[in-house]
Design a binder for this molecule. Sequence first.
Ligand SMILES: Cc1cc2nc3c(=O)[nH]c(=O)nc-3n(C[C@H](O)[C@H](O)[C@H](O)COP(=O)(O)OP(=O)(O)OC[C@H]3O[C@@H](n4cnc5c(N)ncnc54)[C@H](O)[C@@H]3O)c2cc1C
Length: 573
Amino acid sequence: MTVGLPAGAEGLAETPDSHGGYPRLGDEQIATLSAHGERRHAPPGEVLFHEGDERYDFYVVLEGRVAILQGGHQIDAETLIAVHGPRRFLGELSLLTGQAAFFSAVTLEPSELLVVPVERLRRLVTQDTALGDLILRAYLIRRELLIGLGVGFRIVGSHFSPDARRLREFAARNRLPHRWIDVEDDPAAEALLRSLGIAPEDTPIVIWGRDVLRNPSNAELARRIGLKVSEVPAGTIDLLVVGAGPSGLAAGVYGASEGLETVVLDAVATGGQAGTSSKIENYLGFPSGISGAELAERATIQAEKFGASISVPAEAVSLRREDSHYAVGLDDGQELTARTVVVATGVRYRKLPIGGLEPYEGTSIFYAATLMEAQVCRNDPVVVVGGGNSAAQATVFLSRYAAQVHLVLREDELGESMSRYLADRIEQLPNVGVLPHSEVREVTGNGSLEAIEVEDIRTGERRTLPARALFVFIGAEPHTGWLGHDVALDESGYVLTGHEAAGAAAENGHWEGIERPTLLLETSLPGVLAVGDVRRGSIKRVASAVGEGSMAVRLVHEHLQTQPHAEPVAAQT
Ligand SMILES: Cc1cc2nc3c(=O)[nH]c(=O)nc-3n(C[C@H](O)[C@H](O)[C@H](O)COP(=O)(O)OP(=O)(O)OC[C@H]3O[C@@H](n4cnc5c(N)ncnc54)[C@H](O)[C@@H]3O)c2cc1C
């Protein structure tokens, strides 16, 4: 398809590189890619791909220039995201993950392009380390740029609507570029709805390209974006991993790389809690830190590279032993059967034990501090609650965006429950105020949050802090409600494993014919292992979660080999 270009389009200058997001390819890299694709000429105004396209190919600009646009193929100051010239490549993370295109690409002048079919590019990225790393890095940076710009689909609704909140949270957790349009206070919202013939009471809607989805479920939105929603394989798989946080993704990578037919499910998004961390600074091998989003994207691509199938959103709601395998029920009514199950469902954040939070949840009260939340409170005052490392990291991160950050903690001193390096950093931040031995008593506002009342628990004195947003990091509860009675839990709901599970295992009647003790990470059900934060006694760190997820696969092999009538699975390396 070719479109007419507006006057002045031919004069648009190439966008400078931004932190490696728009690198130029060298001769050798172009030669490598040329072996996998085809060169072709394109006239000015050719639409190479369109926002919302479910499939698009990898393009390298050899001659000419290409505009990257949001919202379609119209070129103006509002829609222009970037202009690429010779030796630059197009696309972003969606190309590698199989999601639809979040922007359009249109040639601005007669151009020569190298076109590599997307399937070949995905293979190449995993085979050629240097080229793969260059493209992946650029794509991760571009994804962050898109999220920051608010490019992608639009969610239109009221900040009072629980469904609008659900959709925004789903988009944010899955790191999907999008823009939020609030019918309560965005003057453009009314005109937009009128043009679509939709009444404000019929929101939320999601607009993408020419499609309008009316109050879609998370699964419907996910399908439209190209996420793989509960893909249930036929027959009994070797390994089902429930939860795609760091521990589940690690189990997925090791399981698939060791030849097990592996499926990984997550109710919300890949990355788990770590995916909501703005920067993980203590994960081995990343001396300058890595964002949780990047870690999650890299791990997801890695697991898929080895052949793991990752389904999001897909929530496990039940677990039942049948003969020598397991049936796991999903929230959409489907059932998956697996010879072994790794429970990697982590924990959910605790809420503040006060009333009046509901109207602000998801719009002014958050349980994660990423770029998405930071956009909401840019140049405004915010309050962070909690005395641990998560609250500390959020405080450091938010201090870069908010006018003022108040950190409210029960502890008497900053360094009591958080790492010293974080406490030191907070003490040096000029726009951060610390309120020790304090608790939040009340939140007030009018539509959006305006103030937080805080009490000094030693003196009873109360203080009102202006706040556009409240960030809560006060601990968590395990996601174990779906496991049923045969998986033994401790009094707080964490899963017992290894020798701690042995007593319950001896009594539940599911170990007949299995002549071995419970394995290190095994629960009271044979072949069901628990890893990461959901496990009693876990360390609650990314590295330990990853370590346990990897170890679990070794134990899965051990279990499969000791099963009566065990069928051989591919050898471990
Ligand atoms: C803001 C923040 C910052 C952090 N920073 C650091 C840090 O700097 N360094 C560090 O080492 N640790 C850090 N942590 C802790 C670290 O992120 C966790 O220890 C780690 O994520 C635990 O991994 P996990 O895989 O066990 O569980 P989780 O990360 O909790 O993942 C569990 C996953 O299971 C899914 N799930 C739950 N129930 C179901 C179900 N029934 N069906 C399907 N899916 C389900 C959830 O949606 C989730 O994605 C941080 C945590 C937070 C919240």
